[in-house]
Design a protein around this ligand. Structure first.
Ligand code: FUB
Ligand code: ZN
Length: 663
């Protein structure tokens, strides 16, 4: 097997502290309000609550199950999210909750001699594990559930060093390794991805912490085998599209579960968007850990396909409501589905791609999805949630209190819990700052330690202060990601030349000693953005953007019309109260009325109403899109019919770009 291959490594989770600012405040609310809201709703869901399933299994009962088959996975995802949160800000009450869940999970698993744990299958269709004997793996989610258990065990162990939940995860993983693989084992692959990355992480945990396997053996008599977990993840990658001797039903899961052809032959993102993005995350992780180019090449190909043709401006993916799936290339309607879980999965995948390849562009997407697809899913009160995140509303959409399929809040908590992990990277001879987020991190580098602290005033102001401290002189690189939305940038008062950037980073390689302060000022201009001319839905339209934030027009601020027609009047930026203190973008429409756009993440916090992200833009006094929003010319198919030439020059490698008419 080739060597591990990654440009960057990630800091240990406990080593990065978020120290305040926008995200500090958000995470505080999530810790104190949202986490408890999610736990309360799960515990009372369907009256008896999510944990009843584990109790019934441990009591040997059969015939009833609460919630959908993937409920075990959801509570494990919540445990993972909480573990990451309490790892940085210890909370005894939350720790006690996890202890309680662990004991129920453990009891349920203990009644099975194999270590199999999936309450739906055990309670409802015991002889149909993994969709065998006429079951349905797509419906049962066995591998997904056990993958979520694996992640919960790893993250809780990392947070507390307690091994009981990890023991459950290892027991389950060992059972999977004994059951699935090359003959005489069975050809079964996940119908809902996630376990692939989970197995890679389990392998890494035992490789990094050599004494842990001994501890598991001494405490529980269980042997952990790091190599087997990676081999299983690799088997799953190698057996997509290999339907010969499939042991599970359905044998052929098609594009929906990314099972239409071998992964290394895939080039286009297809099927259920959450499954897909989690599969690509696992693919990238397998590529990094095995060092085999074929996996990373496929990941890169599919990434480019998403970034250039299937990514909504908000960082949302999965345009189509039917089957919650990706649409065709450039098929980016404004009433798209864009599930919160898909945005979270994309952010995780972007993080892995960045680790593998080191380019800023992956963090650009991660940050975009974070602010503009995932964050909007949570109401300002911290207790209401969007499942879908469309870019237009006729006034009927609002966040829900709870959902029959509450998959999004757990995924939301996972990303929020792991946010500190993406702020810094280590590699290329130093430390790289990926996200401007007020925080502190001490990196152990070859030759010594470097402490980086950041203070920023985003997303509203572009003041960003970085302090680098070295107790002992140390020569190392400090990379600072200059975000694409920064506008003009001053570093210590001097203009930054964008040509100086290396893969999107401003890099200072020097000897650091004592304290060094770097002050960065970003202009944060309000801009208009246009979509590629192949995107029919947005022809003749622009979206408004400032800093990391996408903006939208809400009916409450624009009672006459949210789908306004803009002329060439300059955009203004004003302070305003939009549930919270924020900056709004305002200006004059073509007909001279005032319009006001608010950050998209804040929409639908002041009652129901119409909303538009993409608004019409008049060019030379002519509105290109008509009143009903239908495009008149320029669309790929319409161009031929209208004998107009589609102008694509200047669009290379872009799906969105600053509107050419804006200043
Ligand atoms: O299948 C489990 C979850 O339910 C998926 O991740 C969501 O997209 C929803 O389909
Ligand atoms: Zn979801």
């Amino acid at each position: 097997m080739a060597d591990r291959k990654a440009v960057f490594s990630r800091p240990n989770h406990q080593d990065v502290k978020i120290t305040g600012g926008f995200w500090g405040e958000k995470l505080q609310q999530i810790h104190t309000v949202t986490v408890w809201d999610v736990l309360d709703k799960f515990e009372h869901d369907h009256e008896e609550g999510i944990m009843k399933n584990f109790e019934w299994v441990s009591q040997g009962q059969r015939g009833q199950h609460i919630g959908p088959p993937w409920y075990d996975g959801l509570i494990c995802e919540v445990i993972r999210g909480i573990s990451d949160i309490i790892a940085l800000s210890y909370d005894q009450k939350l720790d006690e909750k996890i202890e309680y869940y662990t004991s129920m999970i453990e009891k349920a698993q203990d009644v099975d001699p194999d270590g199999f744990l999936d309450t739906y299958t055990t309670l409802m269709c015991l002889d149909q594990r993994f969709g065998q004997n006429g079951g349905s793996l797509i419906w049962q989610h066995n591998l997904y559930n056990m993958g979520c258990l694996t992640e919960a065990g790893i993250h809780y162990y990392r947070a507390t060093k307690k091994t009981r939940l990890l023991k459950c995860a290892v027991k389950a993983a060992n059972y999977l390794c004994r059951t699935i693989g090359p003959e005489p084992r069975k050809n079964i692959v996940p119908a809902h991805s996630l376990p692939e990355e989970a197995m890679v992480k389990l392998c890494c945990l035992f490789r990094e912490d050599e004494k842990l396997a001994d501890r598991m053996y001494e405490e529980y008599g269980i042997k952990a085998a790091a190599d087997d977990y990676l081999a299983l993840a690799k088997f799953w990658m190698d057996h997509r599209g290999v339907h010969h001797n499939r042991a599970s039903m359905p044998k052929y899961m098609g594009e929906y579960s990314q099972d239409h052809c071998p992964v290394t032959e895939q080039s286009e993102a297809v099927g259920h968007a959450v499954r897909a993005a989690l599969m690509y995350t696992g693919l990238t992780a397998v590529g990094i850990e095995t060092g085999e180019d074929k996996y990373l090449d496929a990941a890169k190909r599919i990434w480019d396909n998403v970034e250039l043709t299937k990514l909504h401006i908000s960082g949302g993916i999965g345009a189509v409501h039917n089957e919650e799936r990706f649409g065709y290339q450039y098929d980016l309607p404004n009433d798209a589905y864009l599930e919160t879980c898909a945005g979270v999965a994309l952010a995780f995948w972007a993080g892995e791609m960045h680790r593998a390849f080191g380019d800023r562009k992956y963090i650009d997407v991660l940050e975009c999805a974070l602010y503009n697809n995932v964050l909007p899913s949570l109401a300002a009160d911290g207790t209401h949630y969007f499942y879908e995140n469309p870019l237009i509303s006729d006034g009927s959409i609002e966040r829900w209190n709870w959902h029959a399929c509450p998959c999004c809040p757990p995924m939301f908590l996972k990303l929020m819990g792991s946010l500190p992990d993406y702020i810094y990277s280590v590699g290329k001879g130093g430390v790289y700052i990926n996200l401007p987020i007020s925080s502190c991190y001490t990196a152990s580098l070859e030759g010594g330690e470097l402490t980086i602290s950041q203070e920023e005033s985003l997303p509203w102001e572009g003041i960003w202060k970085i302090t680098v401290s070295a107790e002992k002189a140390l020569t190392a690189a400090l990379g600072i990601r200059i975000p694409p939305w920064a506008g003009k940038v001053l570093v210590n008062g001097e203009s930054l030349d964008p040509n100086q950037l290396e893969q999107g980073y401003f890099v200072l390689t020097q000897t650091w000693s004592g304290k060094t302060e770097i002050s960065i000022e970003m202009e944060l201009p309000a801009i208009k953005v246009e979509a590629h001319p192949y995107v029919d839905a947005d022809i003749g339209r622009v979206a408004l953007w400032r800093g990391p934030l996408l903006y939208c027009l809400e009916e409450i601020d624009n009672p006459l019309e949210t789908d306004v027609v803009l002329g060439d009047d300059p955009l203004a930026v004003e302070d305003a109260q939009v549930v919270t203190q924020a900056k709004v973008i305002s200006g004059k429409t073509l007909s001279g009325e005032r319009f006001c756009a608010v950050p998209y993440y804040l929409w639908n916090n002041r009652g129901k109403g119409k909303m538009n992200v993409w608004v019409r833009q008049a060019e030379n006094g002519v509105v290109i899109a008509n009143q009903s929003g239908e495009t008149q010319v320029y669309a790929a198919h319409a161009a031929a019919a209208n004998q107009k030439k589609l102008r694509l020059d200047g669009w290379e490698n872009k799906l969105y770009r600053a509107y050419r008419g804006s200043k």
